[in-house]
Design a protein around this ligand. Structure first.
Ligand code: C2E
Ligand code: MG
Ligand code: MG
Ligand code: MG
Length: 282
């Protein structure tokens, strides 16, 4: 096609091979849904002021029987293309709410943890999304104010009018919305005006360059101030070094997430982090 009309090209073996691979992966992914091969990791989101955990982000993994752990960026695009993200995403949402409710029930603190769940555009295209969110909350007993739905800018670019209605329906439940990877899209500012957003997650690429590029630091601080002016919470993603942390804290960024605090953890590891000294069984 690249060579223009009326051109004929041989179907190369390499193309056939990659097509074959794609089909195999798709069949594998279908099987994975039936066999429940997905797992969640939870990464703490920390209040920078005192480094207390304020919430967790649920991040999906595929535990493949032969290939081992497959990260989301290697199967989410295929899951979106095939529609398999719908059952996978439904499981992620229900499981994340269930675990968060369990952790909150065990904690004595009066400020419950929030749980953040990433949503794909394909899931937002479904009319039954608000019903799914309602059911995940009811089933788990998690209060709506503890659930945060993360959307990427690219998702909002191609939105249809129904998308906005569905987001409002979800917000009406008391659930909050976050824009993920903020600053990497083409017209981030328009979303802040047009969508009922509560939280901005500053993309890791800005945080990465804070120490090396004055422009990155200035942009990061600018985004934080923008968030404050609009009364939105700001979360800095991908904090790895103490220098980044002090810059962000100095700029009054409210929340942060990154390997400096913790990597995404298994449910067991999160249990140990939240409850380091389990009471002896009596
Ligand atoms: P995201 O939502 O922006 O999630 C943050 C990603 O950055 C995670 O990668 C996390 O492990 C990684 N990260 C966090 N802190 C650091 C750090 O300090 N350094 C570095 N290098 N990385 C850090 P992960 O888990 O591989 O997920 C990648 C993306 O896959 C997510 O980006 C999200 O867009 C997507 N994703 C994950 N789970 C789901 C899901 O359940 N549904 C959907 N639709 N997408 C998901
Ligand atoms: Mg996210
Ligand atoms: Mg992100
Ligand atoms: Mg990302």
């Amino acid at each position: 096609k690249k060579q223009g009309k009326d051109q004929c090209a041989v179907f190369e073996p390499a193309m056939r091979e990659s097509f074959q691979k794609h089909l195999e992966m798709e069949a594998d992914l279908r099987r994975a849904v039936l066999r429940h091969e997905f797992e969640l990791r939870f990464q703490p989101i920390v209040r920078l002021r005192d480094q207390e955990i304020s919430g967790l982000e649920a991040l999906v993994r595929w535990q493949h029987p032969e290939r081992g752990m497959i990260p989301p960026l290697e199967f989410i695009p295929l899951a979106e293309e095939t529609g398999l993200i719908v059952p996978i995403g439904e499981w992620v949402l229900r499981e994340a709410c269930r675990q968060a409710a369990r952790w909150n029930a065990q904690r004595s603190s009066d400020t419950p943890l929030t749980v953040s769940v990433n949503l794909s555009a394909v899931q937002l295209e479904r009319a039954d999304l608000p019903m799914l969110v309602t059911s995940a909350l009811e089933e788990s007993g998690l209060p709506a104010k503890c659930l945060i739905i993360e959307l990427t800018e690219s998702l909002l670019v191609e939105h249809r009018p129904e998308t906005l209605q569905r987001l409002h329906a979800i917000k009406a439940l008391g659930v909050r919305l976050a824009i993920d990877d903020f600053g990497t899209g083409y017209s981030s500012l328009a979303y802040l005006r047009n969508f009922p957003v509560d939280i901005i997650k500053i993309d890791k690429s800005f945080v990465d360059d804070i120490g090396d590029m004055p422009a990155a630091a200035a942009l990061t601080l600018g985004i934080i101030q923008l968030g404050q002016a609009l009364q939105l919470s700001t979360v800095a993603e991908g904090i790895e070094h103490i220098e980044q942390l002090s810059e962000l804290t100095g700029g009054n960024c409210e929340l942060g997430q990154g390997y400096y605090f913790a990597e995404p953890l298994t449910t067991d590891a999160m249990d140990n982090l939240l409850f380091p000294n389990p009471p002896p069984v009596t």
